[in-house]
Design a protein around this ligand. Structure first.
Ligand code: TRP
Length: 364
């Protein structure tokens, strides 16, 4: 802009100097005009230049700042403890969410799956820290715990963490207080217990199957056990430490109960088809904590929508990249948004007639 003014002023002045000196009157008039014009031009030039300089300076700074802001590609490390469909769905939802927020091209995702191995989870976490990631998306409790144990600085968004407080990832849901926040997938306890009593009314003993090393499962089992016992049912449990134990432990559990409850346990989820096979041959139905566990052979669940959960996690991640602090961002809970999913094949296998109250349930 400044340069245009200067160029125009220069051109005009050249034109004035090129005037013929012969026409006195005209020259006088022109002289006055010329002086006036010259003054005007000088004034214009000075103000033009000054504001152009100031304007240009400010503009250049603002533009380059804007360019860095819009061109900056944020590095996001994604850690998943193990492979199972629910966690894969969350990651897909997260990527969709980033796209919806207009952040698909503003982030680089570094996805790492620990394949059920704790030391791999630690190694991945350490690398994310060494790489100075701008943010870490930790899918499921064991992954979030592994990262949170290694950094108090890098913001961590936890996705599908049953209980941030039970897992010691946050001081409270309202005010996490540290570098971790995110979305909980805590399923409504009463709706789960209702599924047990409505679909398997003859059941006297509920058997819990889970990995006692997963804080998410310990929390769910403790809540559901209490609620089930309050209804006058007996409970029993068998735990696993890794997916290799699952077949054997399920075989032992089916001898001790009439219905199995599987919480959102990552270890059991990774071998759910096996659990279902063993339970089916023993004629023991399984009520589960998530839709993917129904797809993999459970009878029914009252659970959250994991695609939506992934999108919520993406929205939180974007807020953090824009400057929000995890410590002050309340944990999002989806307990009120749950849906009922029933496996038709399993229901038929057990000769269960679905009560009317579940007529809106999704049949998988
Ligand atoms: N809630 C689990 C956790 O906190 C993660 C999870 C989400 C999950 N969906 C699941 C586990 C389905 C097993 C099955 O770690």
């Amino acid at each position: 802009m400044g340069r245009t003014t200067k160029a125009r002023a220069g051109q005009t002045r050249t034109f004035c100097e090129g005037e013929s000196p012969n026409h006195q009157k005209l020259v006088t008039v022109r002289g006055v005009l010329r002086r006036g014009l010259a003054l005007l031009l000088a004034a214009l030039l000075v103000t033009g230049l000054t504001s152009a300089l100031a304007g240009c300076g400010a503009n250049t700074a603002a533009t380059s700042q804007k360019n860095t802001a819009s061109k900056k590609v944020y590095q996001i490390g994604v850690i998943q403890p193990i492979e199972h469909p629910s966690l894969d769905t969350i990651y897909t939802g997260f990527k969709e969410g980033l796209k919806e927020q207009g952040y698909a091209d503003k982030v680089k995702l570094d996805f790492q799956n620990a394949q059920g191995d704790q030391s791999t989870m630690n190694t991945i976490s350490q690398r994310f820290i060494a790489d100075k990631k701008d943010l870490v998306l930790a899918i499921a409790t064991p992954a979030a715990q592994a990262v949170a144990a290694q950094t108090k600085d890098i913001p961590v968004v936890g996705a599908a963490i049953t209980s941030f407080t039970a897992a010691k990832l946050a001081q409270s849901n309202d005010h996490p207080g540290g570098n971790v926040t995110g979305v909980s997938d805590m399923a409504p306890v009463d709706a789960q217990v209702a599924l047990i009593t409505d679909l398997v009314p003859r059941a006297k003993t509920v058997g819990f199957l889970y990995n006692s090393g997963e804080a998410n499962s310990v929390e769910q089992v403790s809540l559901i056990k209490k609620a089930v016992e309050a209804k006058g049912l007996a409970t029993t449990e068998l735990t696993v430490t890794n997916s290799n134990d699952i077949q054997q432990v399920t075989q032992a559990l089916v001898q001790k109960c009439d219905v199995i409850y599987v919480p959102t346990d990552n270890t059991v989820a990774s071998a759910m088809p096996t659990v279902s096979q063993v339970a089916n041959s023993a004629k023991i139905p399984i009520i589960v904590g998530a839709d993917s566990l129904v797809t993999d052979g459970g009878l029914a669940t009252a659970g959250v929508n994991y695609t939506e959960l992934g999108k919520k996690a993406a929205a939180m991640a974007v807020s953090i990249l824009k400057g929000a602090k995890p410590a002050d961002m309340p944990i999002e809970v989806m307990t009120k948004e749950y849906q009922i999913d029933i496996n038709k094949k399993e229901a038929d296998l057990f000769g269960i007639t679905i009560p009317d109250k579940y007529k809106d349930a999704k049949m998988l």
